[in-house]
Design a protein around this ligand. Structure first.
Ligand SMILES: Cc1cc2nc3c(=O)[nH]c(=O)nc-3n(C[C@H](O)[C@H](O)[C@H](O)COP(=O)(O)OP(=O)(O)OC[C@H]3O[C@@H](n4cnc5c(N)ncnc54)[C@H](O)[C@@H]3O)c2cc1C
Length: 493
């Protein structure tokens, strides 16, 4: 009997890898430690409320189509992605509101009301972001992991446009004058858990994905994506075992041969794909002696991206001033990121992101109520902040901020639960609770990301947010495709 390919972890990247492999005719077994697949994309249900407790902003629709295309299917037969309009509602610290909409004239009129000169600057910023996407897409996102020589092969005029020397904030500052617009354009750094004051301006490509291409809402809620991937995987014959925790990847003669589960069962495999955080894989799953000391040391030294503090709130009544996606900006963005990335503590006055899926999927809350997912950027787990001790006080701080925006949250609270970086680590294996893998705060982050093919253990591959092309639901979907492609190439040798 042929041995299956084992995928450790049923996160979005693991499911995508499994689909690509099964579509190529391979036997695949997914081992997921939790009762349900999805990983960071997870559902929490309590007291009549349903919360999408992980990702909420879905961009890059075409990336989500790739597993379906690999299987000769259509995404639309599994998942209905509706355009979100307006995409995001912003409230600035001075009370100004701005709705970012796909309707350009309406958006530009709002920008002109803040600062007339910024209309031109904003449009130039967007076309620059689109150019970044054209130039860097093939190198950094859609192909195999980038090498320095891939960048050097780009035409010189394109290399000069890549904006390698400025930070994201410097680029936003050069484009627009109004501090509120600068804050808005800088915000895309948080989509990879980075600071706009450190992350390279090339990451303004993220603004292109959202502002030029749009945000999508899966009918039924975000978890519909995990359900659709799971359904497709099962249809293709993938075996998915939940509550199956891997404790070790078994390596013999330099080659991954299978895994051992918590109960001691050893399973043989033709190859292994780890959808678990690469650092966690090296630290906890790979025997030290089976790895190369230099590779292991590099993996364990990874500086993680930011994490998040989430409040799930069941709220009585409706809140028309909030939309599906709403941002309540802080008054001092630089201080906020200094707290997170310099001092390793959550900001005293955090910018808050609120997602209310019951506005689109009424079944997510009891009649007359709303389900609020409130996210504050937070540092990865570290010595400067003790979430066990401080979470309740920080929750209180966040509620106070919500009430400062006139939302009357405390009086309307029907349900409350928080998720700290510790829980994110424990539920998904994320190293230090990072949401997006390795930090993107350095200029060469994309070149340093762990490769999808383990350099020191044959037949071991990585799929997910901590490997190429990076974190976020669309990117990890692509990552599964890259890992599967490499594995299949190696099999052909
Ligand atoms: C609060 C929050 C907000 C986010 N917001 C967004 C957003 O708006 N938009 C966006 O695109 N992205 C967002 N993200 C990021 C996005 O969710 C992730 O990048 C993506 O879901 C990660 O997928 P992954 O394939 O890397 O696997 P993960 O989701 O990390 O899953 C790994 C899987 O491996 C399993 N596992 C771990 N160890 C073992 C083991 N030993 N044995 C068996 N199984 C194991 C875990 O249980 C898990 O299911 C957010 C994440 C969080 C947490």
């Amino acid at each position: 009997m042929t041995q299956p390919i084992i995928v450790i972890g049923g996160g979005i990247g693991g499911l995508s890898a499994a689909i690509h492999l099964a579509a190529a005719g391979r036997d695949v077994l997914v081992l997921e430690q939790n009762p349900a697949v999805g990983g960071k994309m997870r559902l929490i249900e309590a007291e009549g409320f349903t919360f999408d407790a992980g990702p909420s902003t879905i961009t890059m629709r075409r990336a989500l189509e790739t597993p379906f295309a690999a299987a000769g299917r259509r995404l639309a037969d599994y998942l209905t992605l509706e355009p979100v309009e307006p995409m995001t509602r912003y409230f600035f610290a001075d009370g100004t509101r701005l709705d970012v909409t796909r309707d350009r004239p309406t958006l530009l009129a709002q920008i002109a009301a803040l600062e007339p000169h910024d209309v031109e600057g904003f449009l130039a910023f967007l076309s620059h972001a689109a150019a970044l996407h054209r130039i860097t897409g093939e190198v950094f996102i859609y192909g195999d992991p980038p090498r320095a020589r891939d960048i050097l092969r780009l035409p010189l005029r394109d290399i000069l446009k890549v904006d390698a020397w400025r930070t994201m904030h410097q680029a936003a500052r050069a484009a627009v004058r109004d501090p509120r617009m600068r804050q808005l354009l800088s915000r895309y750094a948080t989509y990879v858990g980075a600071s706009p004051y450190r992350a390279p301006a090339v990451l303004n490509v993220i603004a292109h994905e959202e502002l030029n291409e749009g945000i999508w809402y899966p009918q039924g809620g975000i978890y519909a994506i995990a359900s659709a991937y799971r359904q497709l995987a099962l249809e293709l014959g993938v075996e998915i075992r939940t509550e199956a925790r891997v404790t070790r990847i078994n390596v013999r003669a330099g080659r991954a041969r299978g895994v051992t589960l918590t109960d001691g069962t050893a399973l043989e495999a033709a190859a292994v794909i780890s959808n678990v955080d690469v650092t966690t894989t090296y630290r906890d799953l790979l025997p030290k002696t089976a790895t190369h000391p230099r590779v292991r040391a590099r993996r364990l030294a990874v500086e993680p991206s930011g994490s998040g503090f989430v409040l799930l709130l069941g709220i009585a009544g409706e809140t028309p001033q909030l939309d599906l996606h709403t941002i309540l900006f802080s008054s001092d963005y630089r201080r906020e990121f200094d707290a997170i990335f310099r001092h390793g503590v959550p900001p005293a006055e955090p910018t808050l992101y609120i997602n209310i899926t019951s506005k689109r999927t009424p079944e997510h809350a009891p009649p007359g109520c709303e389900n609020w997912f409130v996210l504050a950027n937070a540092p990865p787990i570290g010595p400067a902040f003790d979430w066990e001790r401080e979470a309740a006080a920080y929750c209180d701080q966040v509620l106070t901020r919500l009430d400062a925006f006139g939302l009357n949250t405390r009086a309307r609270l029907r349900y409350q639960r928080w998720i700290t970086p510790l829980e994110i680590r424990d539920v998904t294996g994320a190293w230090r609770g990072a949401l997006y893998g390795a930090s993107s705060n350095q200029r060469v982050a994309a070149l340093q990301r762990p490769h999808n093919r383990a350099p020191d253990v044959r037949k071991l591959y990585f799929a997910g947010g901590t490997t190429h092309p990076g974190g976020g639901v669309p990117m990890v979907t692509l990552s599964g495709g890259v890992a599967a492609r490499m594995l299949l190439e190696d099999t052909e040798d």
